[in-house]
Design a protein around this ligand. Sequence first.
Ligand code: F6P
Length: 326
Amino acid sequence: MSKVRNLAVLTSGGDSPGMNACVRSVVRAALYHDIKPFGVYEGFNGLLNNKLQELTYHDVSNILNHGGTILGTARCPEFREKEGRDKAYANLKAQDIDALIIIGGDGSYRGAQALAEENDIKVIGIPGTIDNDINGTEYTIGFDTACNTIIENIDRIRDTAASHNRIFLVEVMGNNSGILALNTAAASGAEEVFMPEKSEDLLEIKTKISRAIAANKSSIIIVAEGDQIGGAKEMYNYLKEYGLVDKVRVSILGHLQRGGSPSFLDRLYAALFGELAVVELLKGNADLMVGVINGRVSTCSLDLARETSPPKNMDYLKLIRKLSIY
Ligand code: F6P
């Protein structure tokens, strides 16, 4: 078992609050264990284009409170091809780097695993996405901050909704996953939630909105961007056909959900995940994802993490219904 001498860390996929705190943790833990850390700029693109730089202790000072990622992130279709991965490997080897830590979503792990299978590079994944939809882990860095941001914005919407007795369709992120929608609906007192995992009867949506209009009270309805109808705007257009939009307004929260200073929870998990990833490499382990497994910070195989996970708390639907007028 050869000791890891130099490692590289990159952020990939959609950025999420806490990624910087995690980069800091990886760099500082590596230095503590006498491993030389390198940062890769712009995700896998940076690996291909040799945008690697050694990171010092002070390079990661005062970054943990900032959202986004100082390393940058990008989608990189070239990395799906072996030719692209060969280029990446050559750049890693030129710096004598023998391990790679990827902070990002499950899509980011596929290319990295292929790189590890083809070459002598050890790979560890750290789940970072606001969606919290990675199989194998109960938590992904960024989720808590995004939920807090959504809740704060719903509070603002509620002020105006209540003043006018209006029904707001609030669209939250989640193209393939309703986890953000479901959790924030339960926590914000929303009357209803629409999400990709729940098939909708169009008539039922119409009936529910009609009932809310008849009640002449304000309502908050959370719609995941990837719900079966295709988001809040589509739902509005559908209701318009029936003349039901007089009291209905749409608010699409969009990318503001991805920004902002990370919450306590995101900073804590970022620190724990980053350090554990380095420790696992020190032990000679690889092909793993660090995460929260059965309530504990631990590891699972990267293979497990390559599938998207469905919402864990579908029971929240019952709660939302029980507490609403619908
Ligand atoms: O995966 C995180 C996420 O924020 C999803 O919720 C959303 O659908 C997607 O990224 C948006 O991606 P982009 O920033 O490329 O538009």
